[in-house]
Design a protein around this ligand. Sequence first.
Ligand SMILES: Nc1ncnc2c1ncn2[C@@H]1O[C@H](COP(=O)(O)OP(=O)(O)O)[C@@H](O)[C@H]1O
Ligand SMILES: [Mg+2]
Length: 441
Amino acid sequence: MLHKTLQRQLIKAFGSQQRIPKDLYSLFQTISDTYFHADEDRDLIERSLEISSRELENLNRKLQSEGELIEKEVEKRTQELSAERNKLSIILSGIVDAVIAVDLERKIILFNKAAENVTGYKVAQVIDKPIDDVIKLFDNATQISSETFCPMPQNNFEGIIYKKQGLKMLGLKQQQTYVDLLTGQIQEGHVFNLGCILTLHNISKEMQLEEMKLDFVSMAAHELRTPLTAINGYLSVFIEESRGTFTEDQKMFLDRITIATHQLVALVENLLNVSRIERGAFTVKLEKIDWLQYVKRVVEQFEERAKQKHLTLTLNTPSTLLPPVMADPLRISEVVSNLLSNAVTYTPGSGSVTVWFEKTANEVITHIQDTGEGIPPEALPHLFTKFFRVSGKLEQGSKGTGLGLYISKEIVTMHNGRIWAESTFKKGSTFSFALPAVKSD
Ligand SMILES: Nc1ncnc2c1ncn2[C@@H]1O[C@H](COP(=O)(O)OP(=O)(O)O)[C@@H](O)[C@H]1O
Ligand SMILES: [Mg+2]
């Protein structure tokens, strides 16, 4: 179609539409069509540009406001996180026990106030440091490696992975404390690089008190020993020299005094032994011992007591040769005597006490069996603890201390042996201990 303006111009030039030459008219028509479409295109482009820029503007505005929202959210979350962290560190600082967390390489990532107090280090000095550089833990004299007290997480385990009481700990400048240690692990730990969490409970004060108690017991026992030795000595000399002049009653009184004095001496010796054991001053000197001959001699010392109580005391000689054992003759005689003394004491008249042996691949086991009162099952687990005595008529009748079995167990343990008891209440008991045998070569 011819553009209206062009058509008007052509009519004006040629007078009327009919006068316009056909060729010219169609040429102008082509030109007009081209321009018309171009106009249309321009229009379209302009319009779409206009729309796009408007959309862009909108979009930009939207983006801006969303950006602001995100920023606000991030800020809020950061605040929440730091508040959470503050809360956590406040809570941790309020805990009286030291809490130390380490990462998967055992480097410290958390160290609370109590940890500072117990180790002497400040938190800034230890963060990111290997735990081994900060604390050293000892079980008696042996150092425990961090691989032991803080093993790395395995099999998604959650809970307590190490627990030990009464450990010595060296912190800053070898500052020494005593602690109970508990190591925990959480299942998702490895996800955020958390190895384990140590909780250390400071028991230095309790240990100090315990030490004072031991010092007192040891001092008192030492002080008692001297006058007791004098009483014992003079008493036996007096009885020996004047035996013929005593009336029956006087003899009975003097016998009772003698028994009581012996009991006191035994008590004092036991107390001294306990305090030696507890302070680690009780040692054994091992030597090769012909075990059967050795036990025979100890048993012989009880024959008189057994006869007085009308007890049959027997030692069963093993059918095959017993290998020698490694033992401290003085200490181990205390164990055999304690067990024999108990068997004789806690077996009523006309019963029997039998000693017999058993040989295993690398041990010699000695059994001391009696037909006595036996031990109630509920008492069995406590037999080898300090001052434990089975309550009942025997306890009231006999004047023991409850230390014999405790000391015996400690002595056997020092020989790398084992000690145990089996008993049927009212029927009898068997106390047994195993000592490592000397291998024949
Ligand atoms: N052979 C035994 N038969 C029955 N009870 C026993 C025997 N041996 C030990 N006991 C019980 O175990 C307790 C602890 O023994 P022990 O440590 O030797 O202390 P004590 O003999 O001084 O009481 C005894 O008081 C007794 O109740
Ligand atoms: Mg005893």
